[in-house]
Unconditional design. Sequence first.
Length: 170
Amino acid sequence: PQLSAKTPLTVTPEGRVYGHLAAWNECHRDVSMKSCVLAPKSAQNYEPFHLGTVFTAEGEPVRVGKIVMDTRHASINLGYRAAAIHYDDTGDEVAVVRAGEDEYGIWVAGSIVPEADERKVAKLRRSPLSGDWRAIGGNLELTAALAVNVPAFPVFSMDGDERLALVAAG
């Protein structure tokens, strides 16, 4: 989206969706409020998040992830596969987006899905995003992006020094 600053989630009247899910170099605190957790960089170019496909106006396929609402985060105790199933089985898809990184943080950009009525779109405009990262191949990867009422600080489990999951709001 070529954002020029940290940008909150924006939904245009035409249905374009863009903004940052998380900013770099900003501490998100765990439940103990004792450590600084930074948003993780993707080692897989967000492919574990880009599970769906849409077609551009030119007919080209593009892999996308979803912004969901009207559900809760998957349990922090779940691994990637179980968390992905949770988001597949619950909630309501309201937008399809690509995720990536720029100098300000992790961004999303895409559009409202045709099935989303104006009530859902208005709710999305009022809601910040919260990301869910899970361990895949030794790195935390984005699993889901949720529209939430009150953004949560990240929560992560530690097994030795390895982060297993992270739930954060941007």
